[in-house]
Design a protein around this ligand. Structure first.
Ligand code: SF4
Length: 227
């Protein structure tokens, strides 16, 4: 029987982060994440208060047909945490229509073979596997405190395997001068592999221009919201 994937949303937009910034991309956001970060910006994939009443279930072939109709340069498979699902049929369906698939993952679960690009964004609540960090084409560190960069660098033994370690301010702190200064100083003092980053699609509101996109759930980090 064909695998049915739980889909939170799909939309055509452009990649707003990382090495592929600004390129036309089709996003598939799968439902479900056991990591539960306190500042999650995709709470509708897991938080009981924000999950959709009905979650779409789609076959790999249905998703591939939807992507093909949009003619993107590549697919971004995101979540939630995509790697909690068996992605083999989805990757096979995209390969059959020659669509490269990029992955966004926290790296805590095994990464299937077949992705054209892998972004690992490690989370303290469920740290990444060594094999995920070794596979990462780029790393995205969420800088939530002034010492976040040092803590993550120490956690990986002082050396990153990826050539691109993006430093992104946690979005609710994107104007916090302490966070922004920590990122700037790190890049100025060390340079590669560190790169200053930003979620450029958010000020553009690029994703929400597609009517298939779900209105964003509130950002976390606020106990009154429950996460
Ligand atoms: S890993 Fe990602 S989707 Fe899961 S809770 Fe953390 S920020 Fe949200």
């Amino acid at each position: 029987m064909a695998e049915l994937y739980p889909v939170n949303e799909t939309f055509l937009s452009w990649q707003g982060e990382g090495v592929h910034l600004g390129r036309k991309a089709f996003f598939i956001r799968l439902q479900g994440c056991p990591v539960k970060c306190t500042w999650c910006d995709s709470a509708s994939t897991w938080h009981p208060q924000y999950v959709p009443k009905q979650v779409r279930k789609a076959t790999a072939e249905e998703l591939a047909a939807e992507v093909l109709a949009a003619q993107p340069e590549f697919v971004v498979l995101t979540g939630g945490e995509p790697c909690i699902h068996d992605l083999s049929m989805l990757l096979a369906a995209m390969a059959a229509v020659k669509l490269p698939v990029h992955l966004e993952t926290c790296g805590a679960y095994p990464i299937a073979d077949g992705f054209a690009w892998v972004t690992v964004s490690p989370k303290w609540a469920k740290p990444p596997l060594a094999e995920s960090l070794a596979r990462a084409d780029e790393v995205k560190l969420i800088v939530e405190e002034a010492d976040s960069i040092e803590k993550w660098t120490a956690a990986v033994g002082g050396k990153w395997l990826s050539n691109h370690v993006w430093l992104h301010p946690e979005w609710s702190k994107r104007a916090d001068p302490i966070i922004l200064k920590a990122i700037t100083e790190k890049v100025k003092n060390v340079g590669a592999p560190y790169r200053a980053g930003w979620q450029v699609h958010k000020p553009y509101a690029a994703d929400s221009l597609d009517e298939r996109a779900r209105p964003p759930a509130p950002l976390g980090g606020d106990p009154t919201k429950g996460f």
